[in-house]
Design a protein. Structure first.
Length: 182
């Protein structure tokens, strides 16, 4: 009887680990996924933005997010209408009349910029760390057939969050230097 309960607990923990990873992947694609794909250049260029003006961009809480530019978007796809658009987290403070190739996501235009890579990469990493930690703990519980002490996993999650912040800023700085040089 006890062996059956132990197997059931192992199966539940293993299923929980798989479900946790699935939810993590789904949330990552749902929340920052489209913007990350647009920033790093997945797919063909969607169109060109003719910049009208650039200004300091802010998020919902009022924190600065880099340079945002407004301009007129001309799509490459036939049948899509031209419209006013925001070039979010632009690579530089463009002069009026500058033309920038962009990819679009959720009604905004994006280009490769260090600020955008740092913002969206850090956001995705901070979203993933708790789910990956929970999944690792559930996998350990399934492997050993009992509830494991989660203290080490908690401290590993804290260290991973610090690492995500450092790596996000480092990646943003490298991309910023790369876009400046090339």
């Amino acid at each position: 009887m006890r062996g059956g309960v132990r197997k059931l607990g192992r199966g539940a923990a293993a299923a929980g680990a798989v479900v946790t990873l699935g939810v993590a992947g789904w949330l990552t694609w749902l929340l920052p996924g489209p913007q990350i794909a647009a920033v790093v250049g997945v797919g063909a260029v969607d169109g060109v933005v003719s910049v009208h003006e650039c200004h300091e961009g802010t998020d919902a809480e009022g924190y600065t997010t880099g340079t945002d530019c407004t301009g007129w978007y001309t799509p490459r796809r036939p049948g899509e209408a031209e419209r006013e658009i925001v070039l979010a987290t632009a690579a530089e403070d463009y002069r009026p009349g500058a033309r920038v190739e962009v990819r679009t996501a959720r009604g905004r235009a994006y280009e490769l910029s260090g600020t955008a890579v740092a913002n969206f990469g850090t956001g995705a990493g901070l979203l993933l760390v708790p789910f990956l930690t929970l999944s690792a703990w559930l996998t350990a519980c399934a492997r050993h057939g009992r509830v494991e002490n989660g203290e080490g996993y908690f401290f590993a999650a804290l260290a991973a969050m610090v690492a995500v912040l450092v790596l996000g800023m480092a990646a943003g700085a490298l991309v910023g230097i790369g876009t400046f040089v090339f």
